[in-house]
Design a protein around this ligand. Structure first.
Ligand code: ATP
Length: 504
């Protein structure tokens, strides 16, 4: 409602005035009072006391700045960004060599990887004021309002830089795809106008003017952006901000551990290992949740178990109070042991925890820890992945002679891997484009791969039935088995040799 307040007022006030005039009310005192209030608001705004419609973070009362050292991991992105920013700083050199200065940098990458932090650090690095807005703030009901907000944003950046005695300002627009999507010239006239205004402002950004404006924007859907935004002279530098690798995760964890009392024996390397594919925001959340668990325990310091609980929470969601029957708990335990036994057999040392407590949507779960960050996958690796996913359903079949709805997500996961295999030319179909395949061909290949891997998983688990028998009661009693506990139960299995995962 607040968002539309200004637009509604623009329509309602003249209508009320016209009505009053129509019924014969003298409008002069009202107009004088209105003018007086208007002048007051204008003066308050000029002093920075009232928000100007666009949110920015460095309000004079609370200066917030960020340096590159406070951003964990992202070494390549930081390096690339600094290099680009050096162009801004070394103006004389640019001039000497006739280099066209950069106008805009686009940061692309998944949510929570530190794009906003990088933009803030860029402002600090170049000694500029930082003004930020999100693409969604420009989306309005009325045509032209978004465009006027863009003008306001640029004006605001210039005034703030002048007031702060800086000779440059960094404008950062998060979620640029909201306004910068491909123009179709059709239904979204308002969006088109907003984007046109942004392009006009960027074209008008004179690189010799004072204060200079430097644009930064972020998106995780670069392919959606209008090509006009990406052409040289606009956002012509693109920097990928990816999920951190293990070294980056450790760095981020250490940064967020700085203000927290940690027990001496805490192993942040282990946390970094187990938080594979976590974003910076999720890692910050792990440290924060661990502190909350310590508070709940009335502990003076954060211990390893608090961090372990926090990883589970960030990965799977909060523990739920969902009541389960004894039979359900037993089935869930069998199912999870099926995943864990297949995982540990095909990838020894990979299980970090088997848990039987309901969390998020799951009634139980197995936490794996990848031994290394990996970006390329071979066919045997993908087949192992499918076997681990099918382990739960295969175990249920062995014990109950049938499956349950508990395997739905596992099957979806397995089918996604099959799709990757087909699209990467790793199946009997050879090198194919997905458009070349009929539905029947997809189904046949999907089924062939899944049936074959299911029966291999079934056999693998059947041969280790004694591990189920030994682990089941302990898991039900203790609700969770650590990786080490589970491995010691598996080590005494009658059948210890790993199952060969040969190419099918
Ligand atoms: P979105 O795309 O959702 O806007 P973003 O990439 O801009 O996300 P940020 O807003 O920069 O992400 O990060 C959110 C929070 O996550 C930060 O305030 C910080 O606490 C933490 N964080 C993210 N990445 C890092 C990092 N590389 N180092 C330290 N903290 C990080």
């Amino acid at each position: 409602m607040r968002k539309w307040g200004k637009e509604i007022a623009v329509g309602v006030v003249p209508a009320v005035l016209a009505f009053l005039w129509f019924i014969g009310v003298n409008l002069i005192p009202i107009l004088i009072a209105g003018l007086f209030i208007g002048v007051l608001i204008y003066m308050a705004r000029a002093r920075g006391m009232v928000g100007a419609g666009v949110k920015h973070t460095d309000k004079p009362s609370k200066p917030t700045y960020m340096t590159f050292d406070e951003i964990g991991g992202q070494e390549r992105a930081k390096q690339e960004l600094k290099e680009a920013l050096d162009f801004l700083i070394k103006r004389d050199e640019l001039h000497r060599l006739g280099i066209r200065p950069l106008k805009g940098i686009l940061l692309t990458g998944p949510p929570g990887t530190g794009k906003t932090l990088l933009a803030k650090a860029a402002a600090h690095y170049t000694d500029s004021v930082f003004v930020n807005a999100s693409g969604s703030e420009f989306v309005e009901m009325y045509v032209g309002v978004g465009a006027s907000r863009i003008r306001e944003l640029f004006k605001e950046a210039r005034t703030r830089a002048q007031k702060a005695n800086k000779d440059s300002a960094v404008i950062f627009i998060d979620e640029i795809d909201v306004i910068g999507g491909k123009r179709d010239g059709g239904q979204h006239r308002e969006y088109d106008q907003t984007l046109n205004q942004l392009l006009t402002e960027m074209d008008g950004m004179n690189t010799t003017e004072e204060p200079r404006i430097f644009m930064m924007a972020a998106t995780n859907r670069k392919e959606m952006l209008d090509s006009a935004l990406l052409r040289p002279g606009r956002f012509d530098r693109h920097i990928g901000v990816d999920l951190p690798d293990k070294k980056g995760r450790l760095h981020i964890l250490k940064l967020h551990a700085k203000n927290k009392p940690l027990a001496e024996q805490i192993n942040l390397h282990k946390v970094a290992e187990e938080s594979f594919q976590f974003s910076g925001a999720q890692l910050e959340s792990v440290m924060n949740e661990a502190a909350i668990y310590a508070l709940r325990d009335e502990a003076a310091i954060i211990e390893q178990r608090h961090l372990d609980q926090a990883i589970d929470k960030v990965m799977m969601g909060e523990k739920t109070d969902r009541e389960t029957t004894k039979e359900e708990r037993e089935r869930v335990a069998i199912h999870e042991l099926g995943h864990a036994i297949s995982a540990e057999t095909v990838r020894p040392g990979s299980v970090s925890q088997v848990a039987l407590s309901p969390r998020g949507q799951a009634l139980g779960y197995v936490r794996h820890h990848p031994q290394k960050d990996q970006y390329l996958y071979t066919k045997p690796f993908l087949e192992e992945q499918i076997m681990i996913a099918l382990g739960g359903a295969a175990a249920e079949e062995i014990y109950y002679g049938g499956r349950s709805t508990g395997s739905r997500n596992d099957f979806e996961q397995a089918m996604r891997v099959v799709q990757t295999m087909i699209e990467s030319g790793l199946t009997e179909l050879g090198i194919v484009h997905s458009d070349m395949l009929s539905k029947e061909q997809w189904m046949r290949e999907n089924r062939r791969i899944l049936d074959e891997l299911f029966s291999r998983t079934h056999q693998l688990l059947e041969e280790r039935r004694d591990v189920f028998d030994r682990s089941l009661a302990i898991l039900i009693r203790e609700e969770s088995l650590s990786g080490e506990q589970f491995r010691s139960l598996l080590a005494t299995s009658d059948m210890q040799s790993p199952v060969p995962v040969t190419a099918s």
